[in-house]
Design a protein around this ligand. Structure first.
Ligand SMILES: Nc1ncnc2c1ncn2[C@@H]1O[C@H](COP(=O)(O)OP(=O)(O)OP(=O)(O)O)[C@@H](O)[C@H]1O
Ligand SMILES: O=c1ccn([C@@H]2O[C@H](COP(=O)(O)O)[C@@H](O)[C@H]2O)c(=O)[nH]1
Length: 247
C-alpha cells in the first residue's frame, strides 16, 4: 500500500494550477482526463490532512493580453480571462466532488446562481471544515493575473506555502521552453527572482509572498503524484523563500 501521508510542515497551502496544463494534449480548453488527474492529486493531499486552497489560471481558454493584442479593450479582455477561470474552477469542483472531496467555489466577481462570492471569513471556515476552497475570477480586477490572485489569497488565508503547479519543473536561469541551455535552481530568494527577472511568476505575486514571508514552491503538476512528492520535499522543484540558505 502506498504511503499518502504528508509532512506536518504544512497545515494549510494554496495550490495554483496553470490553466494551460488543463488542456492536456489538446490544443485548447478543458481536457477532462487531465482535470481528473489533478483532482486525484488534490484528493490525496486533502486526505492526508492538509487544508487546501486552489486557484486555477485561465490560459487554456483566454488570456486578456491575447485579446488586447488583437485590438480589444484591455479591461474587457481581462474580464473575459477572469470568466475563463470560473469555468476551470467549476470543472475542477466537478472532478473533486466526483471522488468525494467536499469543495466550495468562491468567485471574486459575484455570480450568485453559480457559486459563492469571495468572503474571507467564510472561506476560512470552509477550510477548517476540511473543504477545498477554489478561488475563481482571479482578484476580480483587470490588469492582474491569477498568480497575483494566488499570492493574495495565500496571504489572506494565512497559508504556509504557495505551490505553483505548472508545465515546467521549477525556476530556470531562463525560460526552459525557449532556451534549451537554461538550468534549474533548487533554491532561490525572492530577491533573486525579482532581480534576475525570472518570469515563471508575476513580479507582483513574488513581491507579495516576500512581504508575507510565504515560500513559493514551483513544480510540474503534469505527472500524477508530483504534488504529494513535492509536499514531502521530494521530486524536482524549486523553492523560493527569504534567503537561499533558509529556503
Ligand atoms: N525563468 C523561468 N523558469 C521557469 N519557467 C519560466 C521562466 N521564465 C518563463 N517561464 C515560463 O513560465 C511559465 C509558467 O507560467 P504558467 O504557464 O504556469 O502560466 P500562468 O500564467 O501562471 O498560467 P496559465 O497557463 O493559466 O496562463 C512556464 O510555462 C515557462 O515556460
Ligand atoms: O486578477 C486577475 C486574474 C486574471 N485576469 C485575467 O484572466 C486571464 C487568465 O489568467 P492567467 O493568470 O493568465 O491564467 C489573465 O490573462 C487576465 O486577462 C485578470 O484580469 N485579473
Amino acid at each position: 500500500m502506498s504511503d499518502t501521508s504528508a509532512p506536518q510542515k504544512y497545515r494549510r497551502i494554496l495550490l495554483k494550477v496553470s490553466g494551460e496544463v488543463l488542456m492536456g494534449d489538446t490544443p485548447y480548453g478543458i481536457d477532462t482526463k487531465t482535470v481528473q488527474s489533478v483532482a486525484d492529486d488534490v484528493a490525496e493531499i486533502v486526505k492526508s490532512g492538509v487544508e487546501l486552497c486552489l486557484v486555477i489560471g485561465g490560459g487554456n481558454i483566454f488570456r486578456g493580453m491575447a485579446g488586447a493584442a488583437k485590438g480589444m479593450e484591455r479591461s474587457s479582455a481581462d474580464y473575459m480571462g477572469m470568466l475563463a477561470t470560473v469555468m476551470n474552477a467549476l470543472a475542477m469542483q466537478d472532478a473533486l466532488e466526483r471522488i468525494g472531496v467536499e469543495t466550495r467555489v468562491q468567485s471574486a466577481i459575484p455570480m450568485a446562481t453559480v457559486c459563492e462570492p469571495y468572503i474571507r471569513r467564510r472561506a476560512q471556515r470552509h477550510l477548517e471544515k476540511g473543504r477545498v476552497v477554489i478561488f475563481a475570477a482571479g482578484t476580480g480586477n483587470p490588469f492582474f493575473t491569477t498568480d497575483t490572485a494566488a499570492a493574495l489569497r495565500a496571504a489572506e488565508m494565512q497559508c504556509d506555502a504557495l505551490f505553483k503547479g505548472t508545465s515546467v519543473d521549477g525556476v530556470y536561469t531562463a525560460d526552459p521552453k525557449k532556451d534549451p541551455k537554461a538550468e534549474r535552481y533548487d533554491r532561490l530568494s525572492y530577491m533573486d527572482v525579482l532581480a534576475k527577472d525570472l518570469r515563471v511568476m508575476d513580479a507582483s505575486a513574488v513581491a507579495l509572498m516576500r512581504d508575507s514571508n510565504i515560500p513559493i514552491i514551483v513544480f510540474s503538476i503534469k505527472g500524477r503524484g508530483n504534488l504529494l512528492s513535492v509536499l514531502r520535499g521530494e521530486g524536482t522543484h524549486t523553492v523560493v523563500a527569504q534567503d537561499r540558505a533558509a529556503a
